[in-house]
Design a protein around this ligand. Structure first.
Ligand SMILES: NC(=O)c1ccc[n+]([C@@H]2O[C@H](COP(=O)([O-])OP(=O)(O)OC[C@H]3O[C@@H](n4cnc5c(N)ncnc54)[C@H](O)[C@@H]3O)[C@@H](O)[C@H]2O)c1
Ligand SMILES: [Zn+2]
Length: 344
């Protein structure tokens, strides 16, 4: 099924006309999207119930779902009720999951408010929550009725959150669109024209997902930078909150290392590797990683859920704008790639 996406240039009552077809309307927010986003749309919405949860990945779990299901039950939502998920990837993944399971599924709409959720999380139908220490462990595939993207929402994001989402924009260019990579990297993050970049980035992800909705093959190219990136992210998360990297910040490191791995395994030229690493370093700075930390990150990689058996598999770039998947690399090759980052 196709993921529908609609872009909104200005907020008004017409954009929420479709909600009037439902018996009850729920709007799911966290305290930040209530303050910065709900306040911008609340006067344009038909009568509705506001459901608020606490922000943060640490709240993306089943207990929060219980709160949402409880609210929907208290408000007597029937099967013709609807949920509008107004927030970042946490709200979208969790709200979509709650809607998909409430009374065997009610309609839901995504209204993503972070750059990351606009270009990545709201597209592709993956919904769910974390369970114990496992990320996105419980969930379903289900497509929202529509994804409503209002690029101006990102104006109130912190710089780090904006930059985190930007890593996925850069990833989409690297795996599928050399021309876009060239044009985006002419500018710094501060200079970007988001209302142009966001639709372009969404289109790349949608194209991939449409060809392989359940990730049996091609969709794996969206994991470029993520095998090493997830290991970096998990390692720093375990070191405590003050060392924590945002997802995109870790993926940026992963993309530099995996660009070098692409050079070792499938012919990405050193010139292109340098081009990639210079832009990422300029945008994200350098995180220092010791030899000891490197080997611990390697252990995390072995636990990565994408691996079959003991070998570690990667999505890698034969050139900028093109990506291959299921490429196995051994410990020596992976460590060489991480050392490449370390020595930059
Ligand atoms: N379903 C998918 O395919 C998919 C893909 C990528 C990521 N994800 C998931 O997305 C989540 C990360 O998403 P995220 O980065 O959007 O995180 P998030 O939802 O936690 O949002 C980040 C922070 O920004 C705040 N915020 C949101 N919109 C704001 C705005 N407009 N102005 C000011 N503050 C705002 C939030 O309250 C939160 O504190 C992860 O749980 C990840 O697993 C899912
Ligand atoms: Zn990602």
């Amino acid at each position: 099924m196709l993921n529908k996406v609609e872009y909104i240039n200005s907020l008004n009552t017409n954009i929420f006309e479709f909600l009037k077809n439902y018996t009850q309307i729920g709007v799911l927010v966290d305290e930040n999207t209530k303050l910065h986003c709900y306040s911008l749309i609340k006067n344009f919405l038909p009568p509705h119930f506001l459901i608020e949860i606490q922000s943060g990945e640490e709240n993306k779990h089943l207990e929060t779902c219980v709160l949402v299901w409880q609210k929907m039950t208290d408000f007597q939502f029937d099967r013709k009720a609807v949920l509008l998920n107004l927030g970042g990837g946490v709200i979208g993944d969790l709200g979509g999951f709650c809607a998909s399971t409430y009374k065997r599924g009610i309609d839901f709409y995504q209204m993503p408010t972070t750059l990351l959720s606009q270009v990545d999380a709201s597209v592709g139908g993956k919904l769910g929550v974390d369970f114990q220490q496992f990320k996105n462990h419980i969930g379903v595939f289900n497509i929202p009725k529509n994804v409503l993207i209002y690029p101006d929402f990102i104006k109130t994001l912190s710089f780090r959150e904006l930059r985190s989402g930007y890593a996925e924009v850069l990833k989409h260019c690297l795996i599928a669109d050399k021309e876009e990579w060239k044009s985006v990297t002419q500018k710094t993050i501060q200079e970007q024209n988001w209302s142009k970049i966001i639709p372009h980035s969404v289109k790349i992800k949608s194209n991939v997902v449409e060809q392989d909705p359940k990730e049996s093959g091609l969709r794996k190219i969206l994991n470029f930078g993520h095998t090493i990136g997830h290991a970096v992210e998990s390692y720093f998360l375990q070191q405590g909150l003050n060392k924590k990297l945002l997802h995109g910040e870790a993926i940026a490191i992963g993309m530099i290392a995996e660009a070098y791995l692409s050079h070792l395994k499938c012919g990405l030229t050193l010139e292109e590797v340098n081009e990639i690493s210079s832009y990422f370093l300029m945008t994200y700075g350098k995180v220092s990683i010791s030899d000891e930390e490197l080997s611990q990150m390697y252990e995390y990689m072995l636990q990565d859920k994408k691996n079959e058996g003991k070998s570690v598999r990667f999505a890698l770039l034969p050139k900028i704008g093109d990506c291959l998947f299921d490429i196995e690399a051994n410990r020596v090759e992976i460590e060489k790639s991480m050392k490449y980052y370390q020595k930059l």
